[in-house]
Design a protein around this ligand. Structure first.
Ligand code: NAD
Ligand code: MG
Length: 391
């Protein structure tokens, strides 16, 4: 039996993970579930999966959840906890084998890192953790012997196309990171200026949380993924080429020196990469629809439009400059995306705010996690100052 801790259980990744877990009751047991504020969803999951621990990140909500569990599930042996230290504690719990990192944003960094430091198998969806603190994060993976498996569909595809045996590392010529192009592919700047958050949430191929949906609409998501791939696979930004593939059937490719390109294909459903990570190295069923290539749409490919979607251009530049640029890019993007969701700015202003914040980014890389947290706070403040000037 494999004990699982699910960080961000109530989100899109969390729910898809539980869909896969539901299919394999003989294989997986849910040991811990965590959420930020969504008591309703967390309570329903506690009722169904009967974990040993449930953490609500917002401490003010702990008494509400506790009261609900005591009255409605009086016989259940579950410990209700709250706050940042509890998130880290359940991620490090001795009986837990696999930690799914499904928290959104830099808020996921410390709990995910805690799981890494405890040497867990970590299934990483929280790409922002690597964007913020890639080198420090990867050196902890190395030191602790944690097993890091990517859940992001593109990175999971790349992982599947690379040899797993680290002693045999062939020359990778290019990594082709695919992108759907998002809901506004083909739009002009003038058209982009007019889009609403609701339109941005409607991704053509994937159902995801609000923040990553907006990131997919601006193509910032692909920029964050490029940085994520550099750290995960130890390659330079120049090795990675972004390929727009609107059907999201090929989830990425690896090109080798002999001219071979290996790809991973499948229906666009996160349950496939999640099942790959949960079962690894076994292959287990995911519940995703099997791909029928004869009835699938024609596959098409194009280059990304980085002039209109300038968030992607900023992210590629930040990846190449390194230092604290990726950290500042991510922090500013989180603030700006929230401002767009709140109706304070246009979608096209996200890139302007990120660009203005990046001017403050130190060229040196943070040397400790404390410094990461401190710089992340500074970057957010710079971005908020710029935001207050325009809205
Ligand atoms: P979501 O918004 O649906 O869910 C986020 C989860 O994190 C929720 O459970 C929420 O309660 C929790 N959370 C939010 N803020 C928190 C905080 N401050 N402290 C503790 N918990 C907090 O997001 P999602 O779409 O599931 O995405 C999660 C992560 O996975 C993101 O990093 C995203 O980029 C990545 N990802 C998502 C998908 C997808 O299909 N949804 C695909 C690839 C990668
Ligand atoms: Mg992805």
């Amino acid at each position: 039996m494999i004990d699982i801790c699910l960080l961000g259980a109530t989100g899109s990744i969390g729910q898809s993970t539980l869909e896969v877990v539901r299919l394999h009751p003989e294989r997986f047991r849910v040991r811990a579930l965590t959420a930020n504020t969504d008591i309703e969803a967390l309570f329903a999951q506690i009722r169904e999966f009967k974990p040993s621990f449930a953490v609500i990140a917002d401490e003010s909500l702990e008494p509400v959840l506790l009261a609900r569990v005591k009255t409605e599930l009086p016989d259940l042996q579950v410990q209700i906890l709250s706050g940042e230290t509890a998130l880290q504690a359940v991620a490090q719990d001795q009986a837990t084998h696999t930690v799914v990192a499904g928290i959104v944003g830099a808020a996921g960094l410390l709990p995910t890192l805690a799981a890494v430091q405890a040497g867990k198998r970590v299934l990483l969806a929280n790409k922002e953790a690597l964007v913020c603190a890639g080198r420090l994060f990867m050196s902890e993976v190395e030191r602790s012997g944690a097993e890091l498996l990517p859940l992001d569909s593109e990175h999971n595809a790349i992982f599947q196309c690379l040899p797993y045996n680290k002693r045999y590392q062939p020359e990778v010529r290019r990594i082709l990171l695919t992108a759907s192009g998002g809901p506004f592919r083909g739009y002009t700047r003038a058209q982009l200026d007019e889009v609403t958050p609701e339109q941005a949430f409607l991704h053509p191929n994937w159902e995801m949380g609000k923040k990553i949906s907006v990131d997919s609409a601006t193509l910032m998501n692909k920029g964050l993924e490029l940085i994520e791939a550099c750290w995960l696979f130890g390659v330079s930004p120049e090795t990675i080429e972004i390929l727009v593939h609107p059907q999201s059937i090929i989830h990425s490719l690896v090109e080798y020196d002999d001219g071979s390109q290996l790809a991973q294909l499948g229906s666009p459903n996160m349950c496939t990469p999640i099942a790959h990570g949960l079962g690894f190295p076994d292959r287990i069923s995911s519940g995703s629809a099997f791909l029928d290539l004869c009835s699938a749409p024609d596959l098409s490919f194009e280059k990304p439009d980085t002039e209109t979607f300038d968030c992607l251009k900023l992210a590629i530049e930040a990846a190449k400059r390194g230092g604290s640029h990726p950290l500042y890019l991510n922090a500013a993007n989180e603030v700006a995306v929230q401002a767009f969701i709140d109706g304070r700015i246009k979608i096209t202003e996200i890139a302007s705010l990120v660009e203005k914040t990046l001017k403050f980014a130190p060229d040196s890389e943070p040397v400790s996690i404390d410094e990461v947290i401190q710089l992340d706070g500074k970057a957010r403040q710079h971005c908020l100052d710029c935001l207050n000037e325009i809205s």
